[in-house]
Design a protein around this ligand. Sequence first.
Ligand code: PLP
Length: 384
Amino acid sequence: MNQHARLDDAPIPFVDVAAQRRRLGSRIDTAIARVLDHCQFILGPEVRALEQELAAFCGARHVIGTASGTDALLLVLLAKGVGGGDAVICPAFTFAATAEVVALLGATPVFVDVDETTFTIDPLSFERGIATARRLGLNPKAVFPVDLFGLPADYDRLSAIANAEGMFVLADAAQSFGASSHGRPVGTLAPVTATSFFPAKPLGCYGDGGAVFTDDADLAATIESLRVHGQGEDKYDNVRIGITGRLDALQAAVLIEKLKIFPDEIRARNRVAERYGASLGNLCVVPRVPAGLTSIWAQYTIRLAPGVRSPVAAELKAQAIPTAIYYPKPVHRQGAYRHFPVADGGLPVTDRLADEVLSLPMHAYLDEPTQDRIIAALRRALTR
Ligand SMILES: Cc1ncc(COP(=O)(O)O)c(C=O)c1O
């Protein structure tokens, strides 16, 4: 086998965490060794240092490191006292964690539809979801705009509706930290924002992690208490019922190093997305970023006509090119969530997207020859 054939067959990673690890070299090892030396694994100095650096990065006044993105969402709902009788409006085209935290607290997720081009909450469906919640005797308390695949939701319109209804906005930015809307970074687009540092996220750690961002000092103080069992003056003074929800010092040490190269990675992700868009735009529906927004491209997701997706994915797989479907079964059709209400009028866009979306390999280390191989294979599969 010659060199050329070998390169053409090599498996392509969907997200290349190892390439980033090679770039960071011994810096991560040194940072981890520092934690191992001082042994302050729980809320060691790296956690506060990271929180300050994340605040400086996005401009939020307060950042609270959490054990995961799910805990970040849960801690905000706990702080806001969400519970039985409350409705939280969630898109159904998302990862289950968005609705899970609502249901865990005994509140009711009310599922709404997303916009056909941005895949984020459709404001008209949001209004219908509020009406559905009221009709069912629920108190519409909050909305979770999810910045799906890294693109910020339409915060201006969603916040205007939420404010008029007396609801709070919690941005589920698990997929979008590093993106922006009209010059404002994610972390400052809503009064409170939650993100995830799951390893495959644009800014990921080496395990589970997350963070809450807010300008509200009282809310930040409550969440800091809740993430340590509702502690008051000290850890054996419990003033509210909380959880073990804090970020590990080891993960904070990793994230401090990764944050240093994040701006460069953001540029690289955008270059990859632009190349995909330029090469595939005439073959299939490619993502479109509305004016004034930037995406962090947590996923690069195209749309293919129903019936085309499976054979195309199989053809790419045969050439060692991975693809993924986010999400084949939207949350409102999952066994655990089927009994929760959906907005009047149903969720036709969500149902359609679930049959049509296909995500391609996307990360900051996708080099041009490898991306060209993906594009050429997709072109062959789609023009056959
Ligand atoms: C939209 C969304 N919300 C919440 C989460 C939960 O984050 P974590 O896995 O860190 O708990 C994820 C993670 O994939 C997500 O994509």
